[in-house]
Design a protein around this ligand. Structure first.
Ligand SMILES: *Cc1c(COP(=O)(O)O)cnc(C)c1O
Length: 485
């Protein structure tokens, strides 16, 4: 028995490479990432997908292959295909991040594999995650008794918030069809997913009209709530968006929050994209300041906010912030016999008790690392830079003859070209196709009330004025090419 164990131990120990093998692999991987970053500016933001080149060549084998082979394989079929989200030319959807300090935090989290689910297992990791959540709560003006959870992203953050609201209102299955939920057609689609997953699909979902700025019309909201009450229905939840995906619009949080308070309904703010602009020090022509556009966010019962958007971290870090931690706990905790030895101090919660997850990636370390290595100042500068770039773009594009949507509340705006003849939607679709084909930048589009609009969303930490000028130039080229007969 002992001999047999010792014999297979030799093979099993291949999973623990020695000091020099670790160094060799690490050097190669770091070299790969260094080259990747150094070459980003000369790389396309979008590579047309070569359907002949999307297949994996490497097979999973008994004995593994050389690291070089693996990196070659990744270069061939992954790095140079489709969207390059690390590029500063990524101006579509909501751009992602990938700041290096965050990646180093991930490496540390993975190598030390600290347990961030339960306090008893990883008090340090849990403390770090809860401190980050409390920091975000304080940014939003939430009381110090608030908490939340670090999630994989905004979708799960919105889901946890809605499930918590359901718990707080002690909704039972028989009353679901009388519940009223209020949102606009600009709400992110993951909110609709969350409503369904939370078991609330049979409730009355009211789509509140928008004003001319694509923001929720708060008067219409109030009127609808009163109407529903008069019908004997149960107004339950309003979802406002701080930075919509389509146009970057800020719903009037204060007005909505006061109505929610008055009518005793749960106020959720989806700030997945826009939330960190609360750090901005810029003015805003209509609101006074960008910060002022967030006035009333502290009235929220829950907020979703994505550090993998507004703090430029790699994909996989969102957050939900919740005032009523008791209801959050009630909705998510569970006790199992095999966990009977665990305990929590009075003043600290375990992430596993506030989310559907138990074992999870110690995802907070990337944010903690980045905030401590850089301090907050460069983040604020980068956010303000994105806002100013959007305003610069908004003004330049009008000089080129484009029609524009409202002045950008944040770092998204919509625009389209009205050709002298032909179908407007089709013409703008051709512009987008032309731009993506050039590949210097990647942009996406949306449709609002049947009109096709091109969007720009500026949120990559690598997007600077260089990238915007390149795009403006590409647009000139596109107009020339598409308008000449
Ligand atoms: C991105 C986004 C979401 C979804 O977040 P994920 O992190 O992609 O899951 C939700 N709401 C808004 C407003 C968003 O911009």
């Amino acid at each position: 028995m002992r001999d047999k164990i010792l014999q297979i131990e030799k093979t099993a120990k291949l999973l623990s490479p020695d000091y020099s093998s670790r160094g060799e692999w690490t050097d190669k991987i770091v070299g790969f990432t260094q080259d990747f970053i150094e070459n980003l500016e000369s790389k396309r933001a979008y590579h047309n997908i070569d359907l002949k080149n999307t297949q994996l060549n490497l097979q999973i084998t008994e004995n593994g292959v050389e690291l070089d082979q693996i990196l070659d394989e990744l270069s061939r079929f992954m790095i140079n295909q489709g969207l390059n989200p690390a590029s500063g030319g990524h101006l579509g959807y909501i751009p992602g991040g990938g700041i290096y300090a965050g990646a180093l935090g991930d490496l540390l989290a993975a190598v030390t594999n600290q347990y961030a689910g339960i306090y008893y297992g990883g008090p340090g990791a849990v403390k770090i995650e809860n401190e980050l959540i409390r920091w975000m709560c304080s940014l939003m003006g939430f009381p110090s008794t608030s908490l939340g959870n670090l999630t994989s992203g905004g979708s799960i953050a919105n889901l946890i918030a809605i499930v918590t609201a359901r718990e707080a209102f002690e909704i039972n299955s028989k009353e679901i069809d009388q519940l009223c939920l209020y949102l606009t057609d600009q709400v992110h689609h993951c909110v609709h997913k969350a409503i369904r997953i939370a078991g609330l699909a049979e409730s009355q979902v009211r789509t509140i009209p928008l004003d001319a700025f694509y923001r929720m019309d708060s008067h219409a909201l109030e009127a609808q709530i009163l109407k529903d009450k008069a019908l004997g229905l149960k107004p339950f939840l309003v979802v406002a968006t701080a930075g919509t995906t389509d146009t970057g619009a800020m719903d009037p949080l204060k007005e909505i929050g006061l109505i929610a308070q008055e009518q005793n309904i749960w106020f959720h703010v989806d700030a997945a994209y826009g939330g960190f602009f609360i750090l901005s020090e810029l003015d805003h022509p209509e609101k006074g300041s960008v910060k002022a556009a967030f006035s009333g966010v502290d009235l929220a019962d829950s907020i979703a906010i994505d550090p993998h958007k507004g703090l430029f971290l790699s994909y996989g870090l969102g957050a939900v912030l919740i005032k009523d931690v008791k209801s959050m706990y009630k909705a998510h905790y569970y006790r199992a016999a095999y966990m009977q030895d665990t305990w929590n101090p009075e003043d600290e919660f375990s992430p596993a008790d506030l989310s559907p997850e138990l074992t999870k990636h110690f995802r907070g370390l990337r944010l903690w690392m980045a905030l401590h290595l850089h301090g907050i100042k460069p983040f604020v500068a980068a956010l303000d830079e994105k806002l100013l770039l959007t305003r610069y773009f908004y003004s330049e594009i009008q000089k080129m003859g484009f029609e524009v949507g409202p002045f950008p509340d944040l770092s998204v705006c919509i625009y389209r070209y009205i050709p002298s003849s032909g179908d407007i939607n089709e013409f703008n679709q051709r512009i987008v196709e032309y731009i993506v084909k050039i590949g210097n930048v990647f942009v996406s589009s949306t449709t609002i009330n049947g009109d096709y609009w091109i969007r720009i969303a500026i949120l990559s930490f690598r997007t600077h004025i260089r990238e915007i000028d390149i795009y403006l130039n590409d647009l000139k080229q596109a107009l020339n090419a598409l308008t000449e007969k």
